[in-house]
Each structure stands twice: as C-alpha cells, then as structure tokens.
Design a protein. Structure first.
Length: 56
C-alpha cells in the first residue's frame, strides 16, 4: 500500500512505479474511516532539506 502527495505529478509517477493503485492523501483524508492495514505501507511525498514538505 502506497500513499502519495503531489502538487506537480512527479510523486504520482514514482508512486505508480511502486504500486499499481497508489492512494492520494488529499483525496482520502476526508473519508470517515481512516483505518488501513497492509503488510507494508509507504508514503511518497516531496522532501526538502530532509523534511517532508507538503506544500508542493
């Protein structure tokens, strides 16, 4: 299971290389049930200066 955040589409490209159907964080964040289960979970997001930077 791979979650991703992207502003330009670059992270979506990477997420799709890791998982056939990655989950968009902005799209799922408003769901009522935010419970996920998988043998492995990954997050693909912009990183600047070794910190996650969610502002694109």
């Amino acid at each position: 299971m791979v979650f991703y955040f992207t502003a330009t589409g670059n992270r979506l490209y990477i997420a799709k290389r890791l998982e056939e159907r990655p989950l968009s964080i902005p799209q799922i964040i408003h769901r009522e049930n935010l419970e996920f289960s998988a043998s492995s979970i990954g997050i693909v997001a912009p990183v600047y200066g070794h910190e996650v930077f969610p502002h694109g």
